[in-house]
Design a protein around this ligand. Structure first.
Ligand code: NAI
Ligand code: MG
Length: 391
């Protein structure tokens, strides 16, 4: 029997994760679920949002389901620390970012597929009518490097400045004092490029996508985007049945509303992947529908893209949409070879969305709050139950 490490975290993470487990069970997936501590309470009480015992559980069992966490800026975080822990050098780090780095979860997969009948789907004007292009794009975001690798300075130390000065383009900044300089670096390694591009082609092969797009900006970012693009061309030769396309990130954002339906699998560096996956998610229902997987070579963690939505965490019954979390659980099933159960759940969701009888507040385009039930919205639990009924 599989063991799944469940990390509900904070806020609505605690609401939606148990809903996903209900659906997994109803779909016939038999597993042992082990709860693991993560998030704000553990920061406040222990000075560590990601306790070692949670890391150990993930090391042992390899598969994690994650809800969401609450992050706050450094100063605010320190104020909420238990008084006995204050001024002892504890520093808050986002536990999900730490997990990605710690377990080298370098491949982030974000499928953005529209469900027929979803009132939040993107529509496009056509003559005097409109059309609803079916979107089915899967973003492969490099999750550990690039502009988010964190190698940056304000007032760079002399050694760093000297190293930068060896580049001819630094002449433009020659007269700026270091204290007025902020530098962020975009670091890309060949092996990480190869890993994510290969995974993207494998995914395209497995799930029948006919094109893989490298979404970068090699005309300007000639080195980092250039490396991604070059590796893409080499690996693509091994997959003759799949076309290799390339787009620039800026143009891709414009094409989002022009022809989103033509894209299959899209590969991008960390920040570009972050941008383009939010862009596509917006076409297929937004945060209530946006699921993701963080895949490493040993450990993998599945989570909705949304955060802890603190303003809704106290509402009882809860109002938030559990579909993003349930779809993330489906990605977990796919990852461990339970594709049929995953497909059954996705089909049940598709049926519920298309029938349109049970909708959470976001699907009705309502402003969130306790009033939404009077305006016809279903609760989180009612939507889960409806999905289970359709399994
Ligand atoms: P958020 O994703 O928590 O919520 C933004 C808004 O999106 C909500 O107010 C709500 O209107 C809507 N929303 C989110 N999830 C929804 C769902 N399942 N159903 C329906 N509507 C939904 O982002 P926000 O407000 O910027 O951040 C709140 C906290 O979450 C912060 O502390 C932030 O640091 C953290 N966060 C954590 C993430 C993670 O755990 N991976 C990701 C993003 C934010
Ligand atoms: Mg984002």
């Amino acid at each position: 029997m599989k063991t799944i490490v469940t990390m509900p975290g904070d806020g609505i993470g605690k609401t939606v994760l148990p809903e996903a487990v209900k659906v997994l069970t109803a779909a016939g997936f038999v597993a042992e679920y082990i709860h693991a501590d993560i998030g704000w309470d553990f920061w406040c009480n222990e000075g560590n949002a990601l306790p070692q015992r949670t890391i150990d559980l993930l090391k042992e069992h390899k598969i994690g389901l994650f809800g969401a966490i609450t992050s706050k800026p450094k100063d605010a975080a320190e104020k909420e620390l238990d008084p006995s822990l204050q001024n002892k050098g504890y520093v808050y780090f986002s536990p999900i970012v730490s997990l990605r780095q710690l377990f080298n979860l370098d491949i982030c997969i974000r499928p953005c597929k529209s469900f027929k009948g979803n009132p939040l789907n993107f529509i496009r004007r056509k003559d005097n009518d409109f059309e609803e292009p079916p979107v089915n794009a899967v973003i492969f975001r490099q999750n550990t490097e690039g502009l988010y690798a964190g190698v940056e300075w304000t007032n760079p130390p002399k050694a760093v400045r000297d190293a930068f000065e060896t580049h001819p383009k630094m002449k433009a900044f020659k007269n700026i004092p270091s204290e007025d300089l902020a530098i962020s670096s975009r670091i890309v390694s060949r092996n990480a490029c190869r890993r994510i591009i290969r995974e993207a082609f494998e995914y395209a092969t497995k799930f029948g996508y006919t094109n893989v797009t490298i979404c970068e900006k090699p005309n300007v970012l000639r080195e980092t985007s250039g490396m991604m693009f070059k590796e893409g061309k080499i690996i693509a030769k091994e997959y003759p049945g799949i076309q290799l396309w390339d787009t620039n990130i800026d143009a891709q954002m414009m094409w989002l509303t022009k022809n989103p339906e033509i894209y299959g699998v899209i590969v991008a560096e960390n920040m570009f992947g972050d941008i383009i996956s939010d862009g596509f998610a917006g076409l297929v229902g937004g945060l209530g529908f946006a699921c993701s997987a963080n895949i490493g070579s040993e450990v993998s963690i599945f989570e909705p893209t949304h955060g802890s939505a603190p303003k809704y965490q106290e509402l009882n019954p809860p109002i938030v949409n559990p579909i993003a979390m349930i779809l993330s659980a489906c990605m977990m099933l796919d990852h461990i070879g339970e594709n049929e159960k995953a497909e059954n759940i996705r089909n049940a969701i598709a049926k519920v969305v298309e029938e349109g009888k049970v909708k959470t507040y976001d699907m009705l385009k309502l402003k969130g709050g306790p009033d939404v039930f009077r305006q016809g919205a279903a609760s989180t639990y009612q939507l889960t139950d409806e999905i289970i009924r359709n399994l």
